[in-house]
Design a protein. Sequence first.
Length: 173
Amino acid sequence: MNTPVLNDNLRAATEALCNLLAKEDQVVASKAKIGLFFQNPEATKLFEEVNAYGEELRNKHLAGMPPTEEEISKFDTLRENVVKNDAARGFLEARQTIDELLNTINHYLGMSIDLGRAPTPEEIEEARQRAMSAQTSCSCGGSCDKESCDCDGNCDHGHDHDHKDGGCGCGNH
């Protein structure tokens, strides 16, 4: 895939944003936490263990074999060990901070393209609320329509819904 060439104005604005982002207090603090994590062999080992075991359970689940209570308990213990470790917890918090910052910037960029102008903070918050609402949807995913829905108006969560205006109208999206 070729990287699109930015005109001089977009390149300058992008560079300015990147320089601001790199100097942002949250980013600097997060990078420091990430650095401490990678310098801590105990923390990185804990993190690798929980990720490897989680992947093992995921693959087992994808193969149609649900994890046993013992396996779930082992995973929970590994995860708790990560959270108890200051460096590992700091790493997780730092990644979350950076991810949230990048997601917010991406929301602004995407909405700017959609709207033809920079969105207001209120518009960003409304879009974020809609996205969060869609994540707590019924089993149909909040996107079922009359033609392709196979939920027969009943979600796994026990609430009835219809397909008003072509979409799921259960109110949980």
